[in-house]
Design a protein. Structure first.
Length: 560
């Protein structure tokens, strides 16, 4: 096309030159000097036409060159696999490159350069202004335990079995694909507001009925909702509603609800680490971003006045008059087992506030607090009792040197055991039916390091549950939690030390990623009371091997 344009311009120049020679030929009978002057003038005109031709040639080359090389702004950046759950700005692939601008002096049809071959697009669906990105991975997990805990790949930290009881006398080894995850995120911009919808689920919801059939012939695992929320941000103001990670869950970045911006460890165990403060709870939150380094938020999250029984934790002993067959306060007003959780009456949602500081990409620091209220009704005396409690946390995530991070998360509460995976009850019930809150707290500390395609980690997590006892109506029998003679399920502490690695075997933007994961954990617990001749504590060794295939895909650019 370049040669054709040059030929056209040359023809124009020759036509102009031949036209200019006509008057010179007609003056052949005139004065020779005048003819010589005309020839000189014609030669000057030809030189001017050549210069004009050179300028047109340069304009043509300038029009073609950007399309061949590609400008920095129009070039598509390579994508990274598995970052769909992050707010890291990434240009979405699959968007056509813009053609280079053509100077007005050149006809558009004469400057139609061929576009370079575009890189393959990730898994994305574009509907109007919205981008839908699949989220998910396939896990095959092998779990080995030195004592059979009666659970699957997840760990109930509060019920590690004693080796002199049943369960506890056998080792166990199980395969499971239950942690495999399916979901998607939707990104759009509506009238200047960034809209982000996020959904994911897994198969850790249990087995179908009857369980003996589904586990012998077919593992018919139930699909469950994990996260389902929508977030709207415009300028400095942000709102999120739906089922999300509780705002009390430690963050890695600001107060983002995206999984990649949260700290829930890198372990394989689907119940994460003993001592982690967390929840996946329906609610609504409001955030304010005064600048890039500070985020403040308040959330209202579904309450659960919790009496123990989840996560393997023990339950307090009730007054005799309120635990009889005719008047069972446990089933009427308390959350004594997990199945009853959604049926329990709550006074108001839990109120959580959080302030996060991110002075640089190397430092994240946050403080958070929660207020919760317990209300009980004594059907014998027809009296109501209300008690307010709460807790607070101080968390930090610091990159000391490149790719090496120290992590500390600390929590203390008065009636906030619900956020410790249910290992600690929120309260006991006195003889008159009034609640008395239990003190509980935790710490989770450790480090994470990335070396090329290998990620290493080591954590320690501990939970402390305070003693809270009272006398029953007879004045002699003890009730509550941690009294002398209480069951060995009423723990004083539960602790875990764990380390492991994640090895990326291969990663490709078009095909996804394949990773191998290994985790070892040593767990133990100490009850408040040990009967004569009984073991003083219990311990367990657990090892997880996991093979994970992650779907390819990248999140679109998010700019605030």
């Amino acid at each position: 096309m370049k040669n054709r344009a040059l030929q056209v311009l040359s023809s124009i120049a020759l036509m102009l030159a031949s036209t200019a020679l006509v008057p010179a030929a007609s003056a052949a009978d005139g004065d020779f000097a005048e003819l010589k002057a005309q020839l000189a003038q014609q030669q000057q005109q030809i030189e001017q036409l050549r210069k004009a031709l050179d300028e047109q040639k340069k304009l043509l080359e300038a029009a073609i060159k950007p399309a061949d090389a590609g400008s920095t702004q129009d070039r598509v950046k390579p994508f990274d696999v598995g970052q769909v759950a992050s707010t890291s700005p990434i240009i979405p692939l699959g968007v056509p490159l813009k053609p280079a601008a053509i100077p007005p002096a050149m006809p558009v049809a004469a400057a139609a350069p061929q576009r370079p071959e575009e890189p393959p697009s990730p898994l994305q669906i574009h509907l109007g202004e919205a981008t839908i990105t699949p989220v998910g991975f396939m896990d095959l997990t092998n779990t080995f335990r030195s004592t059979n805990a009666g659970s699957s790949l997840q760990t109930n930290f509060g019920s590690i079995p004693y080796n002199n009881g049943i369960p506890g006398r056998l080792t166990e080894d199980k395969f499971s694909a239950a942690n495999s995850r399916i979901g998607f995120r939707v990104d759009a911009n509506v009238k200047g507001a960034n809209i982000l919808g996020y959904y994911e689920g897994d198969f850790v919801g249990g087995v179908g009925y009857p369980s003996y059939n589904t586990q012998v012939s077919s593992n018919s695992l139930l699909y469950r909702i994990r996260l389902y929320w929508v977030d709207v941000r415009k300028g400095q103001v942000e709102m999120l509603a739906g089922q999300s990670w509780s705002m009390l869950t430690p963050n890695r970045k600001q107060i983002s609800a995206l999984p990649a911006d949260l700290f829930y460890s890198q372990v394989v165990d689907v119940n994460y680490m003993n001592g982690l403060t967390w929840g996946r709870i329906p609610g609504i939150r409001f955030l304010y971003h005064p600048n890039e380094k500070v985020t403040a938020g308040i959330s209202l999250e579904n309450a659960a006045q919790y009496f123990g029984g989840s996560g393997g934790g023990g339950t307090p002993v009730l007054p005799a008059a309120l635990s009889s067959a005719t008047v069972d306060l446990r089933n009427n007003e308390l959350d004594a087992n997990v199945a009853n959780g959604v049926a329990i009456a709550n006074v108001h949602p839990d109120i959580i506030g959080k302030l996060a500081f991110d002075p640089s990409s190397h430092v994240h620091f946050e403080v958070a607090g929660v207020e919760r209220t317990v209300k009980l009704f004594n059907p014998i005396t027809q009296m109501y009792f209300t008690k307010a409690g709460g807790g607070g946390s101080v968390n930090g995530n610091f990159e000391i040197v490149k790719n090496f991070r120290l992590i500390t998360n600390n929590y203390w509460s008065d009636g906030g055991g619900r956020y410790l995976f249910g290992v600690a009850p929120d309260f006991i019930v006195r003889a008159d039916g009034s609640p008395s809150l239990i003190h509980s707290g935790s710490t989770l500390d450790g480090f994470e390091v990335a070396i090329n395609k290998t990620a290493l980690y080591a954590y320690y997590g501990g939970i402390y549950i305070g003693r809270n006892t009272a006398y029953d109506a007879n004045g002699t029998s003890l009730i509550g939690y941690g009294f002398r003679g209480s069951a060995n399920s009423q723990n004083r502490t539960t602790q875990e030390a764990s380390f492991g690695l994640t090895q990326t075997l291969w990663r490709d933007g078009k095909y996804g990623a394949l990773q191998f994961m290994l985790q070892y954990a040593y767990l133990f617990r100490d009850p408040w009371y040990v009967a004569p001749g009984a073991p003083k504590n219990t311990h367990e060794n657990a090892i997880w091997f996991n093979l994970r295939y992650t779907l390819p895909g990248t999140a679109p650019t998010i700019k605030y």
